[in-house]
Design a protein around this ligand. Structure first.
Ligand SMILES: CC(C)(COP(=O)(O)OP(=O)(O)OC[C@H]1O[C@@H](n2cnc3c(N)ncnc32)[C@H](O)[C@@H]1OP(=O)(O)O)[C@@H](O)C(=O)NCCC(=O)NCCS
Length: 223
């Protein structure tokens, strides 16, 4: 494991380094033993997008988020997940690859959560799909980036991006990509890190369901 001084990667951030204590973060690929802490980092609280797609039903949106976590942390997902460890504890993770698609497990789990309301869920999920932006072929695509809520704004997200870039370069990629919502404050972090918005997709149906205007595709050139 390689220790990283997170100040080096967040040094250029607006307002400079915001945490007083010296942070020495190390990185490694996730294992099945990490799943409970990865679930904790991913968090139980659904996003505005998830609440919207659940028809405003926060309890079901929470169960749906748990279902998504199960899909993310299957063995193939773990192999594509890098964890940041600080003070011996996992403080965040980055996952690469395509965004989780519809598997039988997710389809059955969705039916179990929404029951007869599944038709409404599918209709609202279609609105989400209308703003989907495919990532550029051959790009190292970041599908998930999360930091433990109590450890945010200390440079761990930037350190995970730097580690993802190291992996991407090592594997010969010339581009990194990610998608997020127009309203996510994480866009500032991505821009600071060299990502630029290359496509925006807005949709009135998506706005009606989620209260968010749309989604963006962001790309960082590595050559
Ligand atoms: C995005 C996230 C990983 C950043 O991790 P972090 O360790 O706090 O990041 P850093 O300390 O390196 O940088 C802080 C930057 O995060 C962004 N940020 C701040 N609060 C945020 C929030 N609630 N949600 C998302 N991003 C946020 C800002 O850009 C901030 O920099 P700024 O204040 O100068 O604009 C973390 O906030 C998180 O896990 N958010 C929830 C999940 C999420 O939104 N993931 C991204 C999905 S595309």
């Amino acid at each position: 494991m390689r220790p990283v001084d997170a100040r080096a990667v967040v040094g250029a951030s607006r307002g400079g380094y915001r945490d007083a204590h010296f942070m020495s973060v190390t990185f490694r690929i996730a294992t099945t033993a990490d799943v409970p802490v990865l679930r904790e980092v991913f968090g139980r609280e659904p996003s505005d997008e998830q609440i919207g797609i659940a028809g405003g039903d926060v309890r079901r949106a929470r169960r749906f988020r748990e279902l998504m976590a199960s899909a993310l942390f299957m063995p193939a997902g773990l192999a594509a997940t890098t964890v940041a460890v600080d003070d011996g504890r996992v403080a965040g993770f980055v996952q690469s690859g395509s965004e989780a698609g519809l598997t039988w497990g997710v389809a059955l789990g969705t039916l179990r959560i929404f029951g007869w309301r599944t038709a409404g869920f599918v209709r609202r999920d279609r609105a989400r799909r209308s703003v989907h932006l495919p990532h550029p072929p051959g790009a190292f695509h970041i599908s998930e980036l999360h930091v433990l809520s109590s450890r945010r704004n200390q440079g761990i997200g930037a350190a995970l991006l730097a580690e993802a870039e190291r992996l991407a370069r090592g594997r010969g990629h010339t581009q990194m990509s990610l998608t997020t919502t127009l309203s996510n404050p994480a866009r500032r972090l991505y821009e600071r890190f060299g990502f630029a918005t290359v496509a925006t997709r807005e949709d009135p149906g998506y706005r009606a369901v989620t209260g968010i205007d749309g989604r963006v595709l962001m790309v960082k050139q590595l050559d």
